[in-house]
Ligand binder design. Structure first.
Ligand SMILES: Nc1ncnc2c1ncn2[C@@H]1O[C@H](COP(=O)(O)OP(=O)(O)OP(=O)(O)O)[C@@H](O)[C@H]1O
Ligand SMILES: [Mg+2]
Length: 373
């Protein structure tokens, strides 16, 4: 099967070819070499993550970073401080705004993860679930004749010009989604390495562009959920969007390379490289967090009379900002003791006490530094 080139980027590309793509890509030596590196890196990350005593800790903080980076690709910005503060409060009380949108992203990541655990495979409901959670919208697949174009962003000479127009028309998105979903689920009919499937699948999903908004973020959540669904990782900890954010221009250019010129090779190499770099990066972050955590525990055990220091350390590594309430909710300490201990951490330079809107928050300085780096 040969890949048809999109004839006109202003017109809906109803000729978008179904998957799989041409066979020669699966035998391309550059792709295979990079695939080997990427697989090794993600396997190493998975190996490290199973050794973490309390996985919830890292997953909480790392998925928050993923949510922040992916949202920034779509120009939803917030400062780390604002985000961490929002994260340590009750999300139900949050006003609409960037921190809330980012928490929606994180919620979607988890909803998707659990959905796949329960159902075992991708289906259209999975994508609608992610889309709705992320955008807060209630509809589903785009209406057959709704106008949707992907335009060049930024302020350069081509800003505002159409880069690509996704397919539309009665039943067209539905049937392309069906093919895409079958490709992702069926490893007998499509026996292709999961990392290659993820790279190809992400592009196909963006090219179908089934929703009126949120396709970029939905597609990036899909990447991570796919990796856990295929067993490459136990938990959605790969922080892929950071790499995409740092290479945003390339991300758009390679997407357009496929939808305009069928340039699959560059796209696949880009995504495989993203997996390799991010796996290495996440691996180091996990190591750094664990060793700092151990060091702090050691100091508390040696230099203080704090009771249950291990639980206190677990608690301050569950999110960057800790509040007295976090400790009392867990029934760890009485309120006065909890406050006294957190103040002690502040005096020792482990946490920094901050007053925000009349409430006290204790920022875990080392955790904050590692996450931000
Ligand atoms: N040439 C292209 N071909 C296919 N998909 C593209 C192309 N250029 C960009 N995209 C995808 O479209 C996404 C933007 O679509 P959409 O607006 O629906 O998503 P979003 O998550 O809401 O992002 P935004 O908030 O920026 O609109 C990008 O993040 C990217 O994944
Ligand atoms: Mg959008």
């Amino acid at each position: 099967m040969s890949y048809t080139i999109n004839p006109d980027r202003e017109k809906p590309w109803n000729g978008l070819p179904e998957l799989p793509i041409e066979e020669n890509y699966y035998r391309d030596l550059d792709i295979l070499e990079q695939l080997g590196e990427s697989k090794a890196a993600i396997a190493k990350l998975q190996g490290r993550s199973v050794a973490i005593p309390n996985q919830a800790i890292l997953i909480n903080t790392i998925s928050l970073q993923e949510a922040k980076a992916s949202s920034e690709i779509e120009n939803i910005f917030t400062t780390d401080d604002e985000l961490y503060k929002a994260f340590s409060d009750d999300p139900a009380n949050l006003k609409q705004g960037a921190p809330k949108e980012i928490l929606y992203y994180r919620e979607s990541l988890w909803k998707g993860h659990r959905y796949l655990r329960e159902t075992g495979s991708f289906d259209i409901k999975y994508f609608e679930l992610i889309y709705r959670t992320i955008t807060g919208l209630n509809d589903g697949i785009r209406k057959p004749f709704a106008q949707t174009h992907i335009r060049q962003g930024g302020s350069g000479p081509n800003a505002g010009k159409t880069v690509y127009t996704p397919p539309r028309g009665e039943g067209i998105i539905e049937s392309k989604m069906e093919n895409f979903i079958q490709f992702m689920n069926d490893d007998t009919l499509f026996p292709i390495d999961p990392l290659l499937k993820m790279a190809i699948g992400h592009l196909q999903f963006e090219a179908i562009h089934p929703f009126r908004d949120g396709n970029g973020r939905t597609g990036r959540i899909f990447n991570i959920n796919f990796l856990t669904q295929k067993g490459l990782l136990d938990f959605p900890i790969l922080f892929l969007s950071k790499y995409i954010l740092q290479n945003k221009e390339s991300y758009y250019a390679y997407l357009a390379g496929v939808t305009q010129r069928a340039a699959w090779k560059d796209w696949i190499l880009f995504m495989l490289k993203a997996v390799e770099n991010t796996s290495i990066d996440t691996f180091h972050k996990i190591n750094d967090i664990l060793s700092v955590k151990d060091a702090i525990l050691h100091v508390l055990e040696k230099e203080t009379e704090i009771s249950r220091p291990d639980s206190l350390v677990e608690a301050i590594f569950t999110q960057p900002f800790t509040k007295v309430k976090h400790l009392t909710d867990k029934k760890l300490y009485a309120e006065n003791t909890a406050r006294q201990y957190l103040n002690r951490l502040h005096e020792m330079g482990i946490c920094e006490r901050r007053e925000i809107n009349g409430g006290h928050y204790y920022l875990n300085l080392e955790l904050y530094r590692i996450l931000a780096s």
